[in-house]
Structure formats: structure tokens, C-alpha cells
Design a protein around this ligand. Structure first.
Ligand code: FES
Length: 150
């Protein structure tokens, strides 16, 4: 099997995998990075949302061969010396309920705020509408994004 190298949360990693293995499987099963969650596996729920070169993407529908040489960031790589401001806002607004979708929600929110520092409710809804939360934490997600944008 070929080895694919990429930069994961600032570290070069290498995985031996079939070229069409979804990156989510490589992250979770081969590299032990379990922040990106498996929800639907077909790119529609957002539970696995991570960043590819700084933009939100869905590793469950991204073959591992397609990220060779690229920068991938998961929720594990978001914090620096302290929690990321979006993570802090999430805690302040007590967003999580069961928590399963929250890594993907936070990564989607960070990607939104990188492009739009003052999002309106409509901007937030447009950016986040494909990240499903079965607990219905959407109101608190919106509040946390607005808090982080302050
Ligand atoms: Fe990737 Fe649902 S598990 S979008």
C-alpha cells in the first residue's frame, strides 16, 4: 500500500492506506485522532468537519490520497497555549449537550469567523446549516459565534 504524508495539526504524519480510503478513517483508525466524529460518512452531517489549508472540509468524503502534502487541522490542533477563542465562547455559552457534533460545529464556526469577523444571524445560519445537531443546540451555537466575534 502506498504511504501518504501530510501535515496534521502541525506535525508531518504518514499513513499506509489505499488511495481511496476516506481521510476520516485514516485519522480515527490509523492515527488515533478521534476529534472528528463519524456521523453519516457521506458528507451531509458535518460531524467530521475539520480544516484543509484553513478551510472547512469533510474528511469522510475526502480520499487520503487527496491531502498528500497538505495541511489538515482537526479540533485537536485548534488550541494554542490556551483554548481557541471559539472554544472559550462555546464554554461561556454552555453550548454542548451530548457533545457529539460539537468538534465539527466548532471547526465550522472557526472557518466562518476567518472569513467573516462580524457575521449576521443569516450569515451564521448559512455557514452552519449543514452541521446537524440532534440535541438542537443551534441557538447557543449562534450565541457562541457572536460572542467569539466580539
Ligand atoms: Fe462526515 Fe457526516 S461524518 S459529514
Amino acid at each position: 500500500m502506498p504511504a501518504y504524508q501530510f501535515i496534521l495539526n502541525g506535525q508531518t504524519v504518514s499513513v499506509d492506506a489505499p488511495s481511496d480510503l476516506p481521510l476520516l478513517w485514516a485519522l480515527r483508525d490509523l492515527l488515533g485522532v478521534t476529534g472528528p466524529k463519524y456521523g453519516c460518512g457521506v458528507g451531509v452531517c458535518g460531524a467530521c468537519t475539520s480544516h484543509l489549508e484553513g478551510d472547512a472540509f469533510r474528511p469522510c468524503i475526502q480520499p487520503v490520497s487527496g491531502v498528500a502534502g497538505a495541511h489538515v487541522t482537526t479540533i485537536e490542533g485548534l488550541a494554542g497555549d490556551g483554548l481557541h477563542p471559539v472554544q472559550q465562547a462555546w464554554i461561556a455559552e454552555d453550548v454542548a449537550q451530548c457533545g457529539f457534533c460539537q468538534p465539527g460545529q466548532i471547526m465550522a464556526a472557526v472557518a466562518l469567523l476567518r472569513k467573516n469577523l462580524d457575521p449576521t444571524d443569516a450569515d451564521i445560519d448559512a455557514a452552519m446549516s449543514d452541521n446537524v445537531c440532534r440535541c438542537g443546540t443551534y441557538v447557543r451555537i449562534r450565541a457562541a459565534i457572536k460572542r467569539a466575534a466580539r
